[in-house]
Design a protein around this ligand. Sequence first.
Ligand SMILES: Cc1cc2nc3c(=O)[nH]c(=O)nc-3n(C[C@H](O)[C@H](O)[C@H](O)COP(=O)(O)OP(=O)(O)OC[C@H]3O[C@@H](n4cnc5c(N)ncnc54)[C@H](O)[C@@H]3O)c2cc1C
Ligand code: FES
Ligand code: FES
Length: 511
Amino acid sequence: MTKTICFFLNQEKIEIELNEGGGLRPDTTLLNWLRERRKLTGTKEGCAEGDCGACSVVIGRLTSDNTPNWQAVNACILFLPMLHGSVITTVEGVANADGELHPVQQAMITHHGAQCGFCTPGFVMSLYAGWCAGMDFTNVAEIETLLSGNLCRCTGYGPIVSAGEALARWARPQWATDRVLGDISALAQMAATTTKSLDLKCQGQRYSAPASLEELQTLYAENPSAQILSGATDIGLWVTKQHRQLPHLIHIGNVAELDSLKKTDGHITIGAGVTHQQAMEALAEDYPALQEIWSRFGSAQVRASARVCGNIANASPIGDLSPCFLALDSQIVLNKAGKRRQIKLDSFFIDYGKQNREAGEFVEAIILPRLQAGQQLLAYKLSKRFDQDISAVLMAGCIDVQAGKITDIKIGFGGMAAIPKRAMQLEAYLKGREVSVFAGEMDAKLATDIATCLSQDFDPIDDMRASRSYRLLAAAQLVQKMFIEYQSGYMRLSKPQHFRTPEDFTATVQA
Ligand SMILES: Cc1cc2nc3c(=O)[nH]c(=O)nc-3n(C[C@H](O)[C@H](O)[C@H](O)COP(=O)(O)OP(=O)(O)OC[C@H]3O[C@@H](n4cnc5c(N)ncnc54)[C@H](O)[C@@H]3O)c2cc1C
Ligand code: FES
Ligand code: FES
């Protein structure tokens, strides 16, 4: 057990003791600490809620198999003790000590990637994360995904994307590579530190970060009123926007046993420590339809911090993964003091803010069935903006067709009720039908029946994301779209294509 947080900041070892007499609360954000304590004001505050990317810094960590991993994260919603055992680079640490600019900085200048400059440090850090991770900068779609969590109100994104593309052609200076190697040895040096759990008490707040599953089970069972903290992409906003007092946080991010994604012939088990980014990469072949959902989930920064199980445990009616996992008929594993319960996900969501979870019980994992022959999962997200936006409606359907008949179908919806919910009336109506009846233009009676079933299944609300009537209409049309795509075997592009030249367009269409 230790009371000292240890991490590296721009190659400098930082050790901060948080004890009763100390001046820092554990929920101090990295952004506030950088700007107010360290006077590193290059990292900007735009929104303080993870949306704009102006506060992006790069975090390096060792994964559970000891591979170094570099990602941009939003410093505004990351609490200082969550950095324990990591290396952090801010915009002040990107250039060489002698002042020579790093290629990511020089590319932004050469390609006129800044006007007022407020967003620029954030863009530089996102590009730097890609550079450290050895990303393929020839792929424009990947650059756009990398930068989708950085907003710019004045330059326009074209020059910034061009700066990213230039990195594919520019040499990698030795000093910059050596610095990454230095960061990797810093991570190895701290590896022993992170195996010790943290227990910090400061200014009336307690922060525990157990290092093993056994310790977590005991700690939470003994302190059931504590708040479980995983990636803080929800909880960070409770602090920065709602100024909530959280007397005891239990961070699960250092529990190695939870950082595991296992595949067997029949199932995939995602532990509570697995981030959206890790799951997105690992499950690309298993569930192609989830790739678009994941690539539009928040931003690269959000996906790097947020955990898959956090998105289920928060039971948000507009969470993106719950409807998809409902369609897959997933199971959730709950753990209280080491006693495990495995229940169907649809029995976990009871009502708004109410889940089938006892005091002291936490989500240990989610278990997804693998798709069998004849089964297909399709999923659609509707939001006002393509990237980095919360869904107005999200629909996922898992269709099982044997000998031309729909033998089973499960359809999950988000944004249609107070909880993520299956469309049971509609499922019952569709089961047993010949799938060929959905081919071509949909029969008017079929379309009306689908809309009627949905209005029996759901009573959606009007809010700023969509009206009730839009939600019902969109839901019915998404069901139709799902069958059209099922029939045609049409695979959507994971991103809309942006063509720079007519030749690009022609080449893509011909391909
Ligand atoms: C800018 C931005 C964009 C976003 N975009 C999207 C989006 O496109 N789609 C979407 O669905 N969501 C989105 N979110 C919401 C959020 O990122 C997700 O819900 C995320 O998966 C939450 O996970 P987390 O690990 O950050 O949870 P945290 O913030 O750490 O916790 C969230 C809640 O879950 C509880 N919890 C977490 N893990 C466990 C566990 N293992 N057991 C018990 N309780 C637990 C916590 O106590 C807390 O109540 C966005 C958030 C931000 C800030
Ligand atoms: S300040 Fe906007 S994402 Fe952090
Ligand atoms: S350069 Fe002004 S906000 Fe991007």
